[in-house]
Structures are given as structure tokens and as C-alpha cells.
Design a protein around this ligand. Structure first.
Ligand SMILES: Nc1ncnc2c1ncn2[C@@H]1O[C@H](COP(=O)(O)OP(=O)(O)O)[C@@H](O)[C@H]1O
Ligand SMILES: [Mg+2]
Length: 423
């Protein structure tokens, strides 16, 4: 079959890599891409932001399946456009994507269906927001309603910080429309955990848990980033807790999507806080996270193309994923200055040597090929160097052995990915 992969980051390179290992897949097409994805795919001329053009192209080329990585096209209705042209889609409908696209929508959904979450109010005017703040005490959490690329949540330590967020978003409109409404909510205390499942609208299948590392520097210091690494190993979550998460959050959430008329198909990512009163939902994402995907997909034993097609067609019951007991580690190599300002266009050396190390796969995030055919940096996060082995120590060692082979000017990476207590 022919498959279209939408998205151009490390997550999508991992998805493309997983698809390319299937002998069911004849050809993979991509829109905007990076040097790693480009190697495995046929670049299409279509504009990645043009839903109609993508859907028409996929139809013309008679693609059997489309795999959509990022949230933006899902929110814009790409799944629906593809589906209406007869293409199986791995990714939720526009209606279901609102679970991520609007924090107000998702909070109201959780409340309506009694899914455990923090107490909250919705406000759309500053005076009302200032009045509401007092009710929660401090710290308090303030969230912009719409997509804000990770910049729409403030955990405010005191009233001054809380008022500043309200001022920035509701008054000064610094996030544009995404800040038209705010959720003000109770600050939950506990360990954070992401729990991801495949859902085909009827059945679901869990993925192994991955631990990510969000801060820029070793020892969990420095600014928050999109992710500096992740690992996935058996035993990150005990089975009693997992059963509780499934029973109290995952199953009722998916049931609720059916009850509300938008059965969820694709990856449901539940962002959770494990509080002393049990797991509570912080948010939903309607797609894979990055770089956890890179670690998780390295543990998939079964055929990803078959699985994605089963998810798209509602046939998950007869095609459950099979996971390895081995461990995977993904170390992100980033540009100097990331997550702040960084330069691009630095030549990357040593990719081939790194990939020759046993069980290593290097996933590209911000890379491209320059006019002389060299792979150069093109983003903040540049590479996700992954390895798989029988245990965490070995997987991590291999990933770092591969990292040592790679060099580009200003490269920055954490040296403590895979240490259990580093977050
Ligand atoms: N109610 C809450 N209590 C404590 N921390 C929270 C709460 N809601 C969000 N957070 C913190 O803020 C981060 C971002 O919030 P989240 O709801 O995941 O939004 P987004 O990923 O869209 O920025 C979470 O990962 C968590 O660390
Ligand atoms: Mg989040």
C-alpha cells in the first residue's frame, strides 16, 4: 500500500521509520519534511498547510492510509477531508480533536462525564478572572483555551504572577485568539505521567509508558523544552495504578467520545497527575508526543502499518500491538541556545557511524539537506538518537555511544537521560 505521512519532526520520522519496516508498505509520501524523513519517502509538491490539497493528492495517488503526526492539521479537519475521499486515516476527526484544541471544551467534557480532573472555572473577561483567582488559593493554574505550542499554561505561585497571566492573555492578547478564554484551575500536587493508548473508536490498546525529560539541562535544571530525551522500560508503572488509570480515566473518556458522537480514532494521550486522591486528568492530546514516540515505537514488535490501518478501520480488536520487554532510550541533540534563540545550517557529521552501532536508529527532527548534499541543522531539536537493548543501562549506553559519534557546531544534549530520577 501507499501511505501519506503528515508532519516533519522527530515524531514523524519515527512514524515513517516504523511504517517503512512493514512489507505491506510500498511507498510513503511526505509533505514538508526533514532530511531523515526525505530518505524514506517520496516528497510531494503539496503544501503541508493546505488540507484540501493534501486530501486531493492522497486521493489521486490512491493512498490506502494517511498517518497524521501533529495536532494542527487534525484540528483543521484533515482527517475528515481524507476520509470523505475514501482514505483510511490514523488520527481523530476534527470534532474529536477539540479535546486538545480547546481546554475549555475538554474540561467541560471531563465534567460532563465525571472524569477526574482539577476544579476549575472558565473566564473571558479580566475583572471576572481577578475575582475567580481568590477562590483557588496559590499556587493556581491558568490555561489559555486554544493551541499555544506549550506556552499557554502558567502555574502561578502568587497573585502577582496570576494577574500577569490574565493581563497578558485576556487584556494584551499576547496569544491572540487562543487566549480569548481562560481556564483557571486548582493546582494539583503529585507525580506527572502520560498514558497513551491507540483507539479505533470501539476498542483501545495501551502503549508502554515512557518517561520524558523536559528541562534543558542535566539534573532537571534550566528552562522547559519540547523534550530533551525519553526512555521506555518495563515497570515504569505498577499494574494496580495502571488498572486504575484505565478504569477511571481512559475507558470512560473513550466511552464519552462515543456518547458525544465523536468516537475517538487515533492516539489518545492522557496527561495525568497522580495525586493522593488518585489519578487526575490534566489534559488530553490527540496524537503522539515527542520524543516519547521515538522511545515507544522502538518497543513495538508488531507491524505498525497494519496497526495504523486497524486503528483507522475500527479493527483493533483483531490486531493488537505487541510490545517488546526490552528498553529503549532516546537522547535529543539540540542546537546551542535551544529552547531560546539558535542558529541553523550547521553541518552534521557522523550520522552513518552512529547508525552502525547495534540497535541504534537516529531520528531527525530539525534537519535538512543543503545544496551540496550535506545534512545540516534546521531547528532547535535536531536529532533523537535512539537505542534498544535488554535493559535500561545498556540501551542508554548504546544511545550515548551513538551520540558520541555525531557532531555539529554548538550541539547540546543532556548526559542524564535514562537515569530514573532525572525528569
Ligand atoms: N491543575 C494543574 N496542577 C498542577 N500542574 C498543572 C496543572 N495543569 C497543568 N499543570 C502543569 O502544566 C503543564 C502544562 O499543562 P497542560 O495542561 O499539559 O497543557 P499544555 O501541554 O497544553 O501546555 C503540565 O504538564 C503540568 O506540569
Ligand atoms: Mg501537556
Amino acid at each position: 500500500m501507499k501511505v501519506f505521512v503528515v508532519g516533519s519532526g522527530g515524531r514523524e520520522h519515527a512514524l515513517t521509520w516504523a511504517l517503512s519496516r512493514s512489507n505491506q508498505v510500498k511507498q510513503i509520501y511526505s509533505a514538508t519534511t526533514n532530511a531523515g524523513i526525505l530518505k524514506l519517502t517520496t516528497a510531494s509538491e503539496v503544501n503541508a498547510g493546505d488540507i484540501r490539497a493534501i486530501a486531493e493528492f492522497a486521493k489521486r495517488e490512491q493512498m490506502a492510509l494517511a498517518v497524521i503526526g501533529p495536532e494542527q492539521p487534525l484540528l483543521e479537519g484533515l482527517s475528515d477531508a481524507l476520509e470523505s475521499r475514501g482514505i483510511a486515516v490514523f488520527g481523530p476527526s476534527q470534532a474529536a480533536a477539540r479535546l486538545e484544541g480547546s481546554k475549555v471544551f475538554s474540561k467541560e467534557f471531563m465534567t460532563r462525564h465525571h472524569i477526574p480532573t482539577a476544579r476549575y472555572v472558565v473566564v473571558d473577561d479580566a475583572a471576572e478572572a481577578f475575582r475567580a483567582l481568590g477562590a483557588f488559593g496559590y499556587p493556581v493554574v491558568i490555561k489559555a483555551d486554544g493551541l499555544a505550542a506549550g506556552k499557554g499554561v502558567v502555574v502561578a505561585a502568587d497573585e502577582a504572577e496570576a494577574r500577569q497571566a490574565v493581563q497578558d492573555w485576556l487584556v494584551d492578547r499576547k496569544l491572540g485568539e487562543a487566549g480569548n478564554r481562560l481556564v483557571i484551575e486548582e493546582c494539583l500536587v503529585g507525580r506527572e505521567l502520560s498514558y497513551l493508548v491507540f483507539s479505533d473508536g470501539k476498542d483501545f490498546a495501551a502503549m508502554p509508558v515512557a518517561q520524558d525529560h523536559k528541562r534543558a539541562f542535566d539534573g532537571d535544571r534550566g528552562p522547559n523544552t519540547g523534550g530533551m530525551g525519553a526512555f521506555s522500560t518495563p515497570g515504569l508503572i505498577d499494574s494496580e495504578l495502571e488498572a486504575r488509570i484505565v478504569k477511571e480515566i481512559v475507558a470512560p473518556s473513550l466511552e464519552a467520545t462515543r456518547a458525544d458522537g465523536f468516537p475517538f480514532r487515533g492516539v489518545l494521550y492522557c496527561g495525568l497527575m497522580l495525586t493522593s486522591h488518585g489519578p487526575k486528568t490534566l489534559e488530553y492530546n490527540v496524537r503522539f508526543g515527542d520524543p516519547e514516540t521515538q522511545a515507544i515505537l522502538r518497543r513495538l514488535e508488531s507491524d505498525f502499518a497494519e496497526l495504523a490501518l486497524a486503528v483507522a478501520r475500527g479493527e483493533l480488536a483483531r490486531c493488537k500491538p505487541v510490545w517488546s520487554d526490552e528498553t529503549s532510550t532516546c537522547v535529543v541533540m539540540a542546537s546551542a541556545g535551544y529552547p531560546g534563540i539558535y542558529e541553523t545550517g550547521k553541518v552534521i557529521h557522523g550520522l552513518e557511524a552512529a547508525e552502525q552501532i547495534e540497535s541504534v536508529a537516529v531520528f531527525h527532527a530539525g534537519t535538512k539537506e543543503n545544496s551540496s548534499g550535506e545534512v545540516v541543522t534546521a531547528g532547535g531539536r535536531v536529532l533523537g538518537v535512539t537505542a534498544r537493548a535488554e535493559n535500561l543501562a545498556e540501551a542508554t549506553k548504546r544511545a550515548y555511544t551513538a551520540v558520541e559519534k555525531i557532531s555539529f557546531e554548538g550541539m547540546q544534549f543532556r548526559r542524564d537521560i535514562g537515569l530514573r530520577n532525572a525528569e
